[in-house]
Design a protein around this ligand. Sequence first.
Ligand SMILES: [Zn+2]
Ligand SMILES: [Zn+2]
Length: 369
Amino acid sequence: MSDYYNILGVEKTATPDEIKKAYRKMAHKYHPDKGGDTKEFHKVNEAYQVLSSKEKREQYDKFGRVFEGAEQQQGQGFEGFDFGNFWQQAGAGAQAGPDFDPSDLGDIFEQFFGSKMRRNENEDIKRGDDIQIDVELNLEDVLTPVTHKIAIMKYTSCSRCSGVGAEPGTKVKECQTCRGTGRVQQIQRSVFGTITRYAVCPDCGGEGNTPEKPCNVCHGEGRLKNKEEIQIEIPAGVDSGQVLKFQSRGDAGRKGGSAGDLYVRLMVKPHRIFERKGDDLYTEAEINFSKAVLGGEVEIPSLEKNKKIILKIPKNTDSGKIFKMTGKGVPHFNGYNKGNLYVLTRTKTPKILTRTQKDLINKLRHEGL
Ligand SMILES: [Zn+2]
Ligand SMILES: [Zn+2]
């Protein structure tokens, strides 16, 4: 077992920054393009892959190993490989100069060893499920970003084993089913003959090993299903039917696999006063006869709490006239602009009149109104 801290020449307590610095130094020193030792270069890269990941480093500190990827690369011969050519093939030729950024190495190495594909295949099996939930909002809620709290049943990573599934302090043994290869052979007979296929081992999820003693809390699953209150940030301007994706907020993966995503489908409830079309709002306002003739102001309720909107009515306003109030609609999703508010005005005909009002209206009639 190689000591990753030793390889990078850092203390066990090194900060992520120190690790990165040490890695850059070592990667330059051993870089094959500069005549460095490819074997050392590989070791440095492997150590960095583990120590630069919070999760993997935790696993490594706890169990002395990491449960996916990095170690599987060991023992695969690559000495004598033409790296110069390889960098170009990998599209990294330009980076191999003095400005070369070693942080890109991880990916390239994974592609080179083919372990990335293999890891992805494993990941598919271990990945947590996506979760879909419906969230109902009031129209008022779309004016500003809101934090929505909701309790859901979901898998979360087991804290006792850091999601690995092994009882802390216990060893890991070779998987019996696949004898450590992480793969199982499947033979299919068809009209074309016999096809031999290799599939990811179902018992170890392709890792080639299983914990000697499964975690006491999660029984080796690496995750637990609990009712959990989650908080989601809903941006302003969302609309009914819209689906928001929250990456990695779904079920935690099995045995440290990646988490699924959370999909939130939104439903904005109809409003008592305002009708919404896109970013625009529509409402109606009643104005009395004298305001319609002489002009004046009407108060319109606002979606914003404790706010009123004043609509100025010009004189001689016919019933049914629509007024546009720019920027009084709802905010555009992911934008700065707001829609407009359209107010349809109706002239109210009084149903009950006092004696004075009746006399005055009679006088108006005599005046030809
Ligand atoms: Zn297996
Ligand atoms: Zn556990």
